[in-house]
Design a protein around this ligand. Structure first.
Ligand SMILES: NC(=O)c1ccc[n+]([C@@H]2O[C@H](COP(=O)([O-])OP(=O)(O)OC[C@H]3O[C@@H](n4cnc5c(N)ncnc54)[C@H](O)[C@@H]3O)[C@@H](O)[C@H]2O)c1
Length: 435
């Protein structure tokens, strides 16, 4: 990967003195003759030294800059975009260059002009955006984008390689350095770049549940908050993690009667402490589960077994015992679903019915609210994008969370689950990155 450099130095210094103490005037005079840029903080008086002219003559205060590309997402129905103008501004203010493909932000209601105001350079083609050293995206490259992969490219995006053999092969053959959002992991085991999408999906789950409870959408015709004299909807949430707690938050806010089940006592305790009687928590076992779901108007499936398939908590034979026209929103569909009758659906055909129960099983729920999702995702990726821009490959040596995200490097697989999925040899990321 090639480095570009900008050079900043003082050619003709102009001094701004805050304070007038005589000894410091002497220091200022001395500083005026020195060929560098710096700020001295000399309590109680501060002297700031600023360059008034810049030119490229030496390597004083040399700072590497990165060329960053933001292509428009072209995967079907993907309307998110990898960078917001806020992050672009932070990058350009730090001296980096950002190439934004014309119309990249359209799906998230971000104008080209917003990127230009943030200091980006607009380019007309995907090829130009992909020509950058670091490319930031949302979705994995699809076949039409494979042509842009190359050995000196640093790619930062969701990849989900373990379920995508063709892309894994292309990344390896091209020698691209790829960092997958979903495998960036902090030392406490958190997956910071998955959390924002779980937050969006959790809040949305209650919202769509409320819509499909309406009779005109096939549901029981129950209003979430009820009205004075009529009971609110009975909402049961399976899982008290990120999705579950966000779903609970909206359901409580809508005035529903909410029960959350989990096998993790600590998570239930957190919710109990926050909501102080506004919702019920129950340890999940078969008795608590059936007692809860057989009375539910809306069930939200939000369980996760890390690295594993979601358990079937609701079997087909349990459905006839549920309330007629109850609604199940199975957010865990992307991990196989926590209901036996779950099968993935799309935003254009989100629901189907089994045994009189409405099933909503959209696998990419955040896709329905791309603007919110873009900003939520970018809030989480911002710090890593800046680190990659500042340090390039070195960022993965200094930041273990980013190193966890490294999936392919110079033709080798560096992430265990991907290597296992395709019977490939895994190279340790830290070893691979050693110069
Ligand atoms: N459909 C979508 O668009 C979409 C978007 C984001 C996340 N998801 C999925 O939502 C699911 C939940 O994600 P999350 O971020 O909340 O995960 P999380 O790890 O934060 O929470 C999962 C919770 O499930 C609990 N759990 C595990 N087994 C259980 C069981 N048998 N009974 C009850 N609780 C159990 C865990 O204790 C944990 O509290 C995942 O499958 C995730 O992939 C889907």
């Amino acid at each position: 990967m090639t480095d570009n450099y900008t050079y900043a130095f003082n050619f003709n210094l102009k001094l701004h003195a805050i304070g007038r103490t005589p000894p410091f005037k002497a220091i200022l005079k001395l500083l005026q003759k020195m060929p560098t840029i710096f700020t001295i903080n000399t309590p109680p008086v501060n002297y700031e030294v600023k360059p008034v002219m810049r030119t490229k003559i030496s390597s004083i205060a040399r700072k590497p800059t990165m060329l960053i590309g933001l292509p428009k997402e072209i995967k079907d129905t993907e309307n998110r975009v990898g960078l917001t103008p806020g992050t672009v501004k932070a990058l350009t203010q730090a001296g980096h260059r950002v190439l934004v493909q014309h119309g990249a932000g359209e799906g998230s209601a971000i104008l080209d002009a917003d990127y230009q105001m943030a200091g980006a350079q607009l380019v007309n083609t995907a090829e130009e955006a992909w020509s950058a050293q670091l490319v930031v995206k949302v979705k994995e490259p699809i076949a039409a984008e494979y042509q842009y992969l190359r050995p000196d490219l640093l790619l930062f995006t969701y990849l989900h390689l373990a379920s995508n053999k063709p892309l894994t092969e292309v990344l390896l053959a091209s020698g691209t350095t790829s960092i997958a959002y979903e495998t960036v992991q902090t030392e406490d085991g958190q997956l910071p770049l998955l959390i924002p999408m779980s937050e969006v999906a959790g809040r949305m789950a209650t919202q769509v549940g409320a819509i499909y409870l309406q009779r005109s959408h096939g549901g029981r015709g129950v209003l979430m908050g009820g009205v004075p004299g009529v009971a609110p909807a009975n909402v049961v949430i399976l899982g008290a993690g990120i999705v579950g707690s966000n779903a609970a938050r909206i359901a409580v806010g809508m005035g529903a009667q909410v029960t959350v089940l989990d096998i993790n006592h600590a998570r239930l305790k957190t919710l109990d402490d926050i909501y102080r009687g506004q919702l019920q928590t129950r340890i999940n076992n078969s008795h608590a589960l059936t007692e809860s779901i057989y009375q539910a108007d809306l069930v939200i499936g939000a369980v996760l077994i890390p690295g594993g398939r979601a358990p079937w908590l609701i079997t087909h034979e349990m459905l006839p015992q549920m309330l007629n026209r109850a609604v199940i929103v199975d957010v865990a569909v992307d991990q196989g679903g926590c209901v036996e009758t779950t099968k993935p659906t799309t935003h254009s055909h989100p629901t189907y019915e089994v045994e009189g129960i409405v099933h909503y099983c959209v696998a990419n729920m955040p896709g329905a609210v791309p603007r919110t999702s873009t900003f939520a995702l970018n809030n989480a990726t911002h710090v890593y994008v800046l680190r990659l821009a500042e340090q390039g490959l070195q960022a993965m040596c200094t930041d273990p969370a980013l190193r966890h995200g490294l999936n392919t490097y110079r033709g080798a697989v560096t992430y265990a689950a991907v290597a296992e999925a395709f019977g490939l040899k895994k190279i340790d990321a830290a070893t691979a990155l050693k110069p």
